[in-house]
Design a protein around this ligand. Structure first.
Ligand SMILES: N[C@@H](CCC(=O)N[C@@H](CS)C(=O)NCC(=O)O)C(=O)O
Length: 226
């Protein structure tokens, strides 16, 4: 997002979900994103990356104002998170055209490291406990949520419809004080919703996601929505 906003030219190298070697060689741990400026050591952590990019005076003054406290925004996002996760995760692993999930081993690794709640109890296991389940059980839970899409979409639509009026200040910035860290957090949280087909996005959210996608040069996933 920051690279697009600053119009800084860059080359994107996708790291497959199951590729440990590349990030280990670059920064010594399995993590993305990572950035490398010519002549500088590579480093991870999106906050540090965004600060470095936004602060790079060669591409103009910083664009991002500070984050603000938005309890009404946090509360609304919290209501979206469970159905978004239950719908999103089974879709990511069906999107073999996403570069990081191109191979079946990458998709399998995503399932192993991203728990979904037990369909009967609703309980979500810790990551280690989920990873210790037999693979067939994890696949079964992912298949359950894929099959339950109609119900999960109704839950998501209900949560979306509870968006407070005026939550999104403008297409071009979420909060009233202008383009800010609030946009970085919000757009990256909500972009994934565009992979879910036939969701009733409130018009202000729909317009915001489209404009922010253009401003940041980060594509939405609408074309491959399912
Ligand atoms: N604090 C890091 C967290 C980044 C993060 O959680 N990245 C995920 C992928 S989206 C990751 O690398 N997970 C470790 C793994 O895949 O093993 C940041 O903000 O950049």
């Amino acid at each position: 997002m920051a690279l697009g906003l600053k119009k800084m030219p860059y080359r994107m190298i996708w790291v497959a979900e199951d590729d440990e070697e590349t990030p280990m060689q670059l920064v010594g741990k399995k993590i993305t994103p990572i950035i490398e400026f010519p002549g500088e050591p590579a480093f991870p952590e999106s906050t540090d990356i965004i600060n470095r990019v936004d602060g790079d005076a060669r591409f103009g003054p910083p664009l991002l104002k500070p984050k603000t406290e938005r309890p009404e925004l946090d509360a609304w996002l919290k209501g979206l998170s469970t159905p978004m996760r239950n719908l999103g995760r089974p879709r990511y692993i069906r999107s073999a055209v996403l570069p990081e999930f191109r191979s079946s081993s990458a998709r399998q690794r995503f399932v192993t490291t991203h728990p979904l709640p037990d369909p009967v109890t609703g309980e979500t296991l810790s990551k280690p406990d989920w990873a210790a389940l037999p693979q067939e059980r994890r696949d079964e839970v992912y298949d359950h949520y894929w099959a339950d899409s109609g119900h999960q979409k109704r839950l998501l639509n209900d949560a979306l419809a509870r968006m407070p009026a005026g939550l999104i200040a403008s297409d071009r910035h979420l909060s009233g004080h202008g383009l800010s860290w609030d946009d970085i957090v919000f757009f990256s949280r909500l972009r994934g919703i565009t992979l879910i087909k036939d969701v009733k996005l409130p018009p202000a959210l729909d317009a915001y996601l489209s404009t922010m996608s253009e401003m940041t040069d980060v594509p939405l996933l609408t074309q491959m929505a399912m």
